[in-house]
Structure formats: structure tokens, C-alpha cells
Write a protein of this length. Structure first.
Length: 289
């Protein structure tokens, strides 16, 4: 049985300052359940309760399980605070019954629009910190995957390849962020089937993605301009990707995760409608319709 989950970012819930209107957790979780989803990712730090009992109670109210959570922290600076935060988040995830810690190599700057170049020594620190966080997460019973993400230190195809060569961690195959960064997600899955540890399904408009990749348009601006679209409406070959990873033996979660930024005048029903369309497209691929 294919496991499909949601994510708060599809409802505009993001940790970036000034990203947009943030819907309350009850609205987001109730709409996930309305769609028939059975699990969610955690969302930004402290969006859902950090207290284990409160977290389990809230998720139980909507009959949702917890898949994992996204943690964007600087990995290249040897800061103890990074490891401490990883331990804190891993404990929350484990208490909620999660399986995976989704790690991203944050720059330490706000947002995802500036990306200083790393030295070789900083890269070595990044790889070593990933290994340490992997050990921390494992003590909590979690797997760790590295998420290539726009505006982080593992974004572009050469960085993804370098990370795969230098680290033992598996990847979160995020179809949208990989394509924006210049990596064909289908080809990546074909070349490294044993390194795919988690899947975020997104679709994007390649023309808008190119403006982000070239530096012409800031990432957050492009999101607001509709770079992300429901599955099947963009330029990611979602069908080939899903079939490829399943044929390779992937049995993990497919997380419907369409980065969304809501303005004050954004229709309240848009996140629900867009996620419903993505779910319908994925269900068709899986032969459920």
C-alpha cells in the first residue's frame, strides 16, 4: 500500500520571515484529514506543539500520524547549537511517532535567496556534521536524509553529486527543489536508486524555475508568482519518477509538498483545492482512481 502524506508548507506554513499568511494548525490538519491523508510532516519549528503529549493529542484529534520533519540548520560551522537543535527536534519527532529527520544545509542567513560559497574545509565540516546528526537521530530511532533545497549549500547538481560521493546519508528526493537547482529528479533516481530515503512530490513551472536558477527572480518571489503548481500541471515527470522509485523498491512515504505563500487576499480554499488536485493526479498514477 503506497503511503501518502501532507505537509504544512502546502498550506503556506513556512519558517521564513515575511513569507506570508500562516494558517492555524487546526485548519491545516483538518483539511488534510478532509482529503483522506493519514499523516503529515511536522512543519516549521514549533508550528505544531513541542510537548509530546500535546503533539500526540493534536494529531490524534485529526487521526493523523507523523512522518517526519524538516530541519534547516547550518552544517558547515561546527556549532554545538546545530547539534543541540537536531537533538531537540529529533526528540519531538520520535515522541510523535515519526520515521525520518529531513535535514537541509542552511546558510545561516534568513530565507533562501543568498548562498555564500563554501570553502573545502567548510564542506568537510558539513559532511561531518551530517554524520553526527545522523547518529543523534538514530539514537531517537529515526533515519536522517539530506534534502537538496534551493538557497542551501546543497542545491545545484554538482553539490548533490559531491554530497552523494562524500556522505553515507540518503537523500530526500524533492522533485521541485531538485529541478529548480538544475537536477533532473527522474535521472537522479535512476542513477542512485539505493540513495533515495524519502520523497517530496512537487511540480514546478520550468520557465519560472529558470529565472530563480539564473538569479533573475528571488525564490520567495517566484513562489508567490506561482512557480509551484499541482502535480501534473508543471514540468516534472511525476509519473515516471513515482514508477521508477517504486520499481527500485522504495516503500517509504510520498509527501505532497507544494511550497505555497499566501497573501492577505489569497483565497482561503486554494491550499485545499491544490492539494486535492495533486492527490487526484498521484492517485491516477497509482491506479487508485
Amino acid at each position: 500500500m503506497t503511503k501518502i502524506a501532507g505537509a504544512p508548507i502546502s498550506w503556506g506554513v513556512c519558517e521564513v520571515p515575511g513569507w506570508g499568511r500562516v494558517l492555524d494548525a487546526d485548519t491545516v490538519l483538518s483539511e488534510m484529514r478532509e482529503l483522506g491523508l493519514t499523516a503529515t510532516e511536522l512543519g516549521p519549528p514549533d508550528y505544531l506543539p513541542a510537548d509530546p503529549d500535546q503533539l500526540r493529542t493534536l494529531l490524534g484529534k485529526y487521526e493523523l500520524g507523523l512522518v517526519g520533519g524538516f530541519l534547516a540548520v547550518p552544517l558547515h560551522t561546527n556549532e554545538q547549537s546545530t547539534l543541540d537543535e537536531a537533538d531537540r527536534v529529533a526528540a519531538i519527532l520520535a515522541a510523535g511517532g515519526a520515521e525520518v529527520l529531513v535535514l537541509a544545509a542552511a546558510t545561516g542567513l534568513d530565507g533562501y535567496d543568498e548562498r555564500p560559497q563554501l570553502s573545502d574545509d567548510e564542506w568537510k565540516t558539513l559532511v561531518a556534521t551530517c554524520a553526527k546528526i545522523g547518529e543523534i537521530a538514530a539514537r531517537h530511532g529515526l533515519r536522517t536524509v539530506l534534502h537538496p533545497h534551493v538557497g542551501t549549500h546543497v542545491e545545484r547538481e554538482p553539490e548533490v553529486e559531491r554530497f552523494l560521493a562524500d556522505s553515507d546519508l540518503q537523500l530526500c528526493l524533492d522533485t521541485g527543489h531538485l529541478l529548480i537547482g538544475g537536477t533532473d529528479p527522474v535521472e537522479l533516481a535512476r542513477r542512485y536508486p539505493d540513495r533515495i530515503g524519502h520523497v517530496h512530490l512537487k511540480d514546478v513551472r520550468a520557465d519560472v524555475a529558470e529565472t530563480v536558477r539564473s538569479g533573475e527572480v528571488a525564490y520567495a518571489t517566484a513562489v508567490g508568482q506561482g512557480m509551484y503548481v499541482p502535480l501534473g500541471d508543471g514540468d516534472v515527470d511525476v509519473e515516471s519518477l513515482v514508477k521508477l522509485v517504486q520499481e527500485a523498491g522504495y516503500t517509504g512515504w510520498f509527501v505532497l509538498e507544494q511550497d505555497t505563500a499566501l497573501g492577505d487576499d489569497s483565497p482561503a480554499a486554494k491550499p485545499l483545492q491544490d492539494t486535492a488536485r495533486s492527490l487526484a493526479h498521484l492517485s491516477k498514477i497509482l491506479g487508485r482512481d
